[in-house]
Write a protein that binds this ligand. Structure first.
Ligand SMILES: Cc1cc2nc3c(=O)[nH]c(=O)nc-3n(C[C@H](O)[C@H](O)[C@H](O)COP(=O)(O)OP(=O)(O)OC[C@H]3O[C@@H](n4cnc5c(N)ncnc54)[C@H](O)[C@@H]3O)c2cc1C
Length: 415
């Protein structure tokens, strides 16, 4: 192994929503960390992200909720339009009972990053492999793709769902994929749009379409397409070509003009395409080994759950609060042990290991329930389940309080 170049207390791999939130939560508790991000700049693609009350509670704790509220209006209504094969359309409108706003991901990422101390994020730093610090030890040694190495006492993997090196080090199975392309973007209305402040969800001919108002002048949309036929290389196409293809498909399926116009008028710079959806099945979240000594995971690398209930990002924010709170308690224990008895070296490794264990115990049930709800919603939306399976899925969703969005009422507590 190459000579160790640097040593750190806490390293976070990945500067996405969860990695930045974790670094900010630790910073608010007076604990320093270093975020290693493989991109050269903050990654803010992906258009909009819906944040419900649970996410806003976490953003409050991080001290960024008020500034973010100024960027996005409240969404007050869910508006569901289901068009069946026989062209029969069902419409349902119901009020949103808790805080729900659609943020521009860029605003969220920048708000999380801007209060971090200078040098807290290191860009262009891709971790290739992770090794044990020493046999039986708690920390880890990271090797970057350029061969440099770094030692850390605590390692937090926030490196997302695809090829998470930290999840791999922990022995977690790779996340599963669903080949469903999602095309997203923003449409600007300089003179104001005519839509209600609503989340319109439209299901038509294998497409699942969403339109969320952000402000009077900005709307976010997504179009989840049916499974592409083999050979349709969407990812090789220019995003405006993908938009033309999507528009043609929507017209062929007689999609309402108000949706077609939103997609047609979208800002080319804002367009984004994901060709697959990623998830970790709920049983892996229930039984996964999320800890090895002082190494753990948070966010999508722990519990990728696809977009089906719009909770992946907010669950990562909750992880950040709970993990930072737990680690801060451990630091207090270590500090007070040091003050009580100057001759005795505080049992740092054990205390840190216990703090990470407490974080996982606190998060496990919450994450299993979210993953289960998202998984079942995915089965209903993506597959065509038999009537028996469909009935069973609906029964579980009733138990989970899906219709009343029980998941959004969760409070991860104070930082
Ligand atoms: C179509 C779609 C719609 C969604 N809508 C919503 C929604 O409305 N609301 C919601 O809450 N959630 C939503 N989600 C889920 C949400 O986007 C994710 O849960 C969230 O972005 C995950 O954040 P993360 O920080 O855990 O991972 P990521 O955002 O994937 O960040 C991981 C970071 O780690 C970096 N990285 C990876 N590997 C390495 C490495 N080896 N070395 C260094 N850096 C590395 C990456 O570059 C990246 O910046 C949606 C997801 C999809 C696909």
């Amino acid at each position: 192994m190459a000579e160790i170049m640097e040593a750190h207390g806490i390293v976070i791999v990945g500067g996405g929503i969860c990695g930045l939130a974790t670094a900010l939560a630790l910073h608010r508790k007076g604990i320093a960390s270093l975020v290693l991000e493989k991109s050269e700049v903050l990654r803010a693609e992906g258009a909009g992200i819906g944040v419900q009350a649970n996410g806003w509670r976490a953003l409050e704790e991080l001290g960024v909720a008020d500034e973010l509220r100024k960027t996005a209006d409240l969404i007050t209504t869910y508006h569901d339009v289901w068009r069946q094969g026989d062209n029969k359309t069902t419409r349902e409108r119901y009020p949103v009972r808790t805080e729900f706003r659609c943020l521009n991901r860029k605003d969220l990422i920048e708000a999380l990053a801007k209060d971090l101390p200078a040098g807290a994020i290191r860009f262009g730093c891709r971790i290739a492999t992770i090794h044990d610090d020493h046999p039986g030890g708690h920390g880890a040694v990271l090797t970057m793709v350029d061969g440099t190495t770094m030692k850390t006492k605590i390692l937090i993997g926030c490196d997302g769902s695809t090829n998470s090196v930290v999840a791999k080090y922990l022995g977690l199975p790779p996340v599963r994929t669903i080949p469903r392309p999602v095309f997203r973007g923003f449409t600007s209305y300089p003179h104001g749009h005519q839509f209600e402040n609503e989340f319109l969800r439209l299901r038509v001919g294998g497409f699942f379409i969403g339109r969320l108002t952000i402000t009077d002048n900005l709307v976010h949309f997504f179009v989840t397409m049916p499974t592409p036929s083999p050979g349709t290389a969407l990812s090789a196409m220019d995003l405006t070509e993908v938009r033309d293809l999507v528009l043609k498909d929507l017209q062929d399926h007689e999609c309402p003009a108000e949706i077609i116009d939103v997609v047609r008028g979208s800002d080319p710079e804002s367009l984004n395409l994901v060709t697959k959806l990623w998830y970790r099945p709920p049983w892996e979240v229930a039984f996964g080994g999320f800890q090895k000594g002082a190494v753990t995971v948070a966010g999508d690398s722990m519990h990728a759950m696809g977009p089906f209930i719009g909770q992946g990002g907010s669950a990562g924010l909750e992880d950040a609060i709970v993990l930072a709170r737990s680690l801060a308690r451990a630091v207090d224990v270590v500090d007070s042990a040091g003050k009580d008895d100057d001759d005795r070296e505080p049992p740092r490794e054990e205390v840190i290991g216990e703090a990470i264990g407490a974080y996982i115990r606190e998060r496990r049930l919450r994450l299993v329930l979210l993953s289960l709800e998202s998984y079942i919603m995915g089965v209903l939306l993506v597959r065509s389940p038999s009537p028996v399976v469909k009935l069973a899925c609906i029964a579980v969703l009733v138990l989970l309080g899906s219709k009343s969005l029980r998941h959004a009422n969760f409070d991860c507590g104070r930082l």
